[in-house]
Ligand binder design. Sequence first.
Ligand code: C2O
Ligand code: CU
Ligand code: CU
Length: 598
Amino acid sequence: MLKNHGFDRRRFLQIAGIGALTAVASPRWLLAAGNGRYAREASADFHPDVEIEITATVTTAPILPGKPTKVWKYEGKLLKGLDGTVVPLPGTHLGATIVLAKGQKVRLYFKNDLPEPNIIHCHGLHVPQVMDGHPMYDVPAGSGYVYEFQVDNPAGTYMYHAHTHEATGRHVYNGLAGLILVTDAEEKSLNLPSGECDQPIVLQDRSFDADNQLRYVQNMRDRHMGFLGDEMIVNGKRHFVLPVATRPYRLRLLNGSNSRIYKLAWDDGTPLTVIGTDGHLLEKPVTRQYLMLAPGERAELFADFTGRKVGSELVMKSLPFSGAMPGHGMGGMMGMMNHGGGQGMMGMMHGGMMNRGGDGPARRDSSGAMNHGGEGAASQDEAGSGMMGHGARAQSAQGEDGHDGMDMMGTSALPLGSEYPLFKVHIMREETDTHRLPERLVKIERYQRSQAENPGQPRHIRISMAHMKWLLNGREFEMSAATPEETVKVNTLQVIEFDNGYSESSGMGMMSGLPHPMHIHGQQFQIIERVVREDSRKDYATVSQGFVDDGWKDVVLVMPGEKVTLLKRFDDYKGLFLYHCHNLEHEEMGMMRNFNVV
Ligand code: C2O
Ligand code: CU
Ligand code: CU
């Protein structure tokens, strides 16, 4: 397997520091590859099959009619390798799609031409720590980073996106994300629809101002709940229409939204045929009336339009569901009142009342590993203002939009859990085709709990909130720290559980009241159990038939009152690997920790 190719952390920090000092107002990538300005250089003993240059740049995209929208974009360029390895998506904010084959050795030259630090993470790929885009590797404006790794993942739909320290949400929102498609021999033998019938669908939501420019988080509630845009942008376009022929397609869905959760369904009631999840194809296709897709999750559909009338349309919608917004849905607010001793969510949020005694170890300790930029205050007040305190990124807590905080639905024109269309499929022409849905897809090695190092003592990750911060086991992000429970022996199988209020005996834990799509870096995992507490079951019933837990996953949606148990291997690479909420506002605010693989 690959090793750390002589990467020297100290030298990196030096370079990074110098870069930050010399960055100018309008930085440019001034220097050619290999002259010493990459925080991590290419190594002489790595012999790539594929070389790609990705430049993060400020540009515009014609997303709406009229004035183009200023976006940040990962522009891709193929330096070495087969045609079709880098597929640009001109006219959108989406990064070039990168098409790789299992086993390929890939060198990626990342150039940061943005006005601020940035780093890329290849989401779902099993790579060494220094190739994983941990925020500790942020490179300053005008600098870069060379990634070198061998593709170890099986065929599937992955992605790359910004993972910048305390800026992931804003960076991805500005456009810094793209797809990675991995192919392999087993997949090829299945003869799935290919070429133009293999169609990625990237679901995102955005808000625009009157000048067609992106509007991001408006107030503290937006940050706390996660950003919800006013309209759907699919594959970088408003009102996206997919023109198809009367034949089967492979639709690769990615939820690339910051925090929006979809309950996907065709408007005519046709069931969804799912053939793949986050990290590979399934053993066999499964059908669902609807499919839940949380931020970061992918699902591949076999969508057969055979027999449909030319000229007809089909709409992919998001259906209503509850339990995703506190105060809405059947159990939400009531549950909170019951358990919070009458202290409603509103009071909690606006009174800054999160530290009632016994509410878990919410307090930042004074070692303040969150201390980037001189924060790290331990007091309640400061923790509150610290959340708002990232310069101009967030504004005051008193919703400038005129809402007084009583409206927990937020200000999105598309409330989470409401019904709205996502995109249209337009049947354009007749075409006969011989692609059939295979009965069997790929082999999946099933993990057994008994094979784990800790079969009876799952690593328990409790989701909670205090001081308006989302916490994991009572802690927020620390750049390079891991607790003993977060320390894992390399080459072991681990039982891990994410607990979103399931085990809380009283209401305070339930204050989470929100779903959290939990993601673990490194290898894909298998979900083995979901349990839901009694008082959350009514809401849960509105989503529970939409999970596909039969395959490889790297994100799992954990609903309020739910506990999910999974099995995950930590093979090959020692070092720090993140786990975090893929609600990117939650992540940016510190709902992220490290596993230290030793
Ligand atoms: Cu897609 Cu650490 O994230
Ligand atoms: Cu990831
Ligand atoms: Cu979250």
